[in-house]
Design a protein around this ligand. Structure first.
Ligand code: AMP
Ligand code: ZN
Length: 107
């Protein structure tokens, strides 16, 4: 176990309801959903937040957005969804491992 819950999920040391995984990303259901579909798209590299991104992350972050589009389609919510990066405590960030919220499924 590490001191990062998302690293623990990535390392299979904590459980999660995983809907997608490849060598760079893991996608799982938010444990406390605030939408009918609420997934977290998490890069496997431990980056604490958007504020820690550098030029070397440009390609990976582009892939993350394209993955969000793909997962939204797979989840049947491509008609409308929200993507959010909470950043810093004042931005509502509680888990200090960068993640993209994918929320949708409202009528
Ligand atoms: P944020 O406030 O942007 O840092 O979002 C963290 C999100 O992670 C919250 O929506 C939590 O409900 C969610 N969360 C925290 N722990 C877990 C976990 N073990 N499995 C799934 N989601 C989690
Ligand atoms: Zn981490």
């Amino acid at each position: 176990m590490s001191d990062c819950i998302f690293c623990d999920i990535i390392n299979k040391e904590s459980p999660a309801d995983v809907v997608y995984e490849d060598n760079k990303f893991i996608v799982f259901k938010d444990i406390k959903p605030s939408a009918p579909v609420h997934l977290l798209l998490v890069p496997k590299e431990h980056i604490p937040s958007i504020n820690y991104l550098t030029e070397e992350h440009k390609e990976m972050m582009g892939e993350l957005i394209l993955l969000a589009k793909k997962i939204a389609k797979e989840q049947g919510i491509e008609e409308g969804y929200k993507l959010a990066f909470n950043t810093g405590r004042k931005g509502g960030q509680l888990v200090d491992h960068i993640h993209l919220h994918l929320m949708g499924g409202w009528e």
